[in-house]
Ligand binder design. Structure first.
Ligand SMILES: *[C@@H]1O[C@H](CO)[C@@H](O)[C@H](O)[C@H]1NC(C)=O
Ligand SMILES: *[C@@H]1O[C@H](CO)[C@@H](O)[C@H](O)[C@H]1NC(C)=O
Length: 163
């Protein structure tokens, strides 16, 4: 990430309204913050002790989008994203393509969670492709570093209907 984009991000963090959404983290001291940057774009950050946090995007306004862009600010430990898209609301099967080069710059492992079962889906490919589950969601766990090394990582994906 260039100095310039970091600067812009910090400016944006200081001006955007920061909303705390209800999250389902086990550790009660772990709070999730989602700061809106644009209709389909937000910064995800955490406060407190977060070792394995969960952020449910599928119940937010960001699930109305076809292309989403999340900036995981100060990535540490594990973050599980419950992804929903426009197709979730329409109950249509879909596929997402994640910009994997961005993810792999900071994340060491990616796991897909279906029925509470984790399967590693880490790849070095340019994009990570995943199909929606029977709830029209895609639950992915991103394993970040255990020591802070980067300001953030972009988790960008687009979705398209699977016919
Ligand atoms: C939270 O984690 C602790 C320790 O890992 C576990 O004993 C407890 O059952 C968990 N609570 C919930 C609500 O998952
Ligand atoms: C993150 O998840 C991985 C895979 O389940 C696990 O091996 C690791 O211990 C977890 N790390 C933390 C900090 O909970």
């Amino acid at each position: 990430m260039s100095f310039f984009s970091l600067f812009i991000t910090l400016v944006l963090i200081s001006v955007v309204h920061s909303g705390t959404i209800r999250d389902i983290n086990n550790d009660s001291s772990c709070e999730t913050h989602i700061s809106k940057l644009d209709t389909c774009k937000a910064i995800i950050s955490f406060s407190g002790d977060c070792y394995s946090s969960t952020v449910d995007i599928s119940k937010t306004e960001y699930a109305k989008c076809l292309t989403n862009s999340f900036f995981w600010s100060y990535p540490l430990n594990n973050m599980t994203l419950i992804i929903g898209t426009q197709f979730t609301q329409q109950q249509q099967p879909y596929t997402i393509l994640i910009d994997n080069e961005q993810v792999m710059s900071t994340v060491s492992h990616v796991y897909r969670i279906i029925n509470d079962k984790e399967t590693e889906v880490t790849t070095q490919e340019k994009s990570l492709k995943q199909h929606s589950d029977t709830n029209y969601q895609i639950i992915l766990k991103f394993q970040g570093p255990t020591k802070l090394g980067r300001y953030g990582v972009n988790i960008n994906y687009e979705s398209y209907q699977r016919l």
